[in-house]
Design a protein around this ligand. Sequence first.
Ligand code: ZN
Length: 408
Amino acid sequence: MKYSEEFLKAVPKSDLHLHLDGSLRLATLIELAQQEKIELPSYTEAGLKELVFKDSYGNLGEYLHGFMYTCAVLRSAENLERCAYELAIDNQNEGVRYIEVRFAPQLHMDNMGMTMEVILESVNNGLKRAEQEFNSRETVQNGEEPPFHYGIIACAMRMFGKSNFSPYYTRLYSVHKYMPDKEVIKLGALELARAIVRIRDEKGIPIVALDLAGQEHGYPAEYFKDAYDFAHRNFMGKTVHAGEAYGAESIFQAITQTHADRLGHCYSLFDHNKIVDPDIKDKEKYTESLSSFIADSRIGVEVCLTSNMQTNPELKDLTTHAFGKMLEKRLAVSICTDNRLVSNTTVTKELKLATDHFEVTPRVLKDLLAYGFTKSFFPGPYHEKRVYSKRVMNYYDKVAKAHGVEFA
Ligand SMILES: [Zn+2]
């Protein structure tokens, strides 16, 4: 089903899977790199688009290359605040009403005052300022339009390597130099979980969830059980990047071992070739049962179409993406961007892709948008989240009516 871009821009949207360091404005990256004396392969937007932030990538390594530059400029409180603010503004400008911004605080730490606390406070200051500006508009104040809200998700890293790119990990490795590398990575994740719970509680910063990011291969989610157990015991939301490198059985482990409320990507959920457990004889039945379990548990699935196309070269035709089957099986799916800069996308563009390539009736579209609010880690009590979600969906009805998009 096709919808106009104008309509998709006007409807109230969310983005539950949005990396701060992958979503900078290109002009800001160039400006900050010059200011911080960070070397870039080009200092023009066109040059960087040709060399780093491309429309398509040869492999995951190429896709991730740009983060080296974005993370490098995000090592000061001012720059973090500015980029967080601009990210919220860019979202507001395309009709996004709720975002959960994620990043790995440990990648931004240094030995000179950029502590976990300063980093989270800076990002929060930028997002809060954008929120306050938006919500002081007359149309929001008089109830005509729903307000803008946000949450922050902290990512633990699956692996990092001993590069001096991250002073935090360099220090962690040197303190625990007699420990196997994987144990050090696990410690880093647990330290993050403990810190974000404390900072949330002491500073009142809306840190709403723990995530696990980075290369999945060799670092399955269950490996980080301690960090997730801690988050779980402290009523922190849990999401996990799963099903990028591994198949269905690993998605199942990720859910059960990390108490995941949501899954990032879940791209290989229906791919039988990715199942390697020899005990699973009937792969068809296994994926059927698993998808039914995910649907029935109402675990939210964060789908990022462009990003998946870019990092999975075997995915040539978008209509074969697992998203179609997810819709068919009635999973609680929401459409997300992953990285606005690296994937050169917006929520509106992702919705356009989804609705152009799959059977998304007005009823399904409304569900897709609604899941972006009901499956959110809204930073407030459940009854407030319900009121907010309802307000947003009432606004959707108004917009749909004005655009002549109504249910049959
Ligand atoms: Zn991601």
